[in-house]
Design a protein around this ligand. Sequence first.
Ligand SMILES: C[S@@+](CC[C@H](N)C(=O)[O-])C[C@H]1O[C@@H](n2cnc3c(N)ncnc32)[C@H](O)[C@@H]1O
Length: 244
Amino acid sequence: MRDWLSFWNAPNRIYVNDRHRDVHYRDVALEIRSLVSSPAATVVDYGCGEATAAHLVAQACGRLILSDGAPAVRDKLTARFQDNPRIAVRAPEEVAALPPGSVDLIVLNSVAQYLERAAFDDLLAGFRRLLAANGRLVVGDVIPPHTSAATEIAALMKLAWRNGFVGAALLGLVRTLFSDYRALRGKLGLSHYTEAEMLDALARAGSRRAKRLLRVGTARMHGACFAVLHGPRLCPTLRRSASG
Ligand SMILES: C[S@@+](CC[C@H](N)C(=O)[O-])C[C@H]1O[C@@H](n2cnc3c(N)ncnc32)[C@H](O)[C@@H]1O
């Protein structure tokens, strides 16, 4: 595998089974839904992955744009949601071409670690252009430096325990030792950010009110810096406080 997008574009065993995948995406969808500010809102879930519970977000907003850089992921999303009139599946370049100020909420969850820093900065600049005056960007599952494997294993086992797939999770952990994911992580690494570095990147992109949210709900948001970038021109007071 040459790069992370090739990894995500190919079949992978990142979720230990369908139950793991579905409870993960259900939890992510519920988190995103809680951030939607109005039933008319346009929401972009960028680097959305399989987003198997995206309909839960679509129920709460006017339009949900699912975007992923991997064409194979987009094909699956299109097949899954073709009958949902509120959901559109778009390539990143199609998102970049949306009219300025046309998006109320952009979510980037568990994606920043797969982007080089310069690419992340470019993405933030593009998001700034897309956000409506009071729009928000939420960046979730940002991995701080020195996050230990034990933290990730504990998060998986907690999710597995709560959702009844402990056996599959243990098997998945063994499989991970020999996986493409582990090999690629060793070769390419991930982009890590301290809270200060993430807030600085958001500030450079024009945020005057980026802030860490301490309430993180899902397993994949474990240990995450969950930062918020308000729309560039108007910065209303955060409605969600750090205590959620
Ligand atoms: C770990 S998954 C996260 C999926 C989902 N957001 C979640 O919270 O579980 C990372 C996703 O980001 C996508 N991705 C990686 N690099 C990307 C890029 N440069 N542009 C758009 N999507 C990208 C991958 O294809 C993959 O589906």
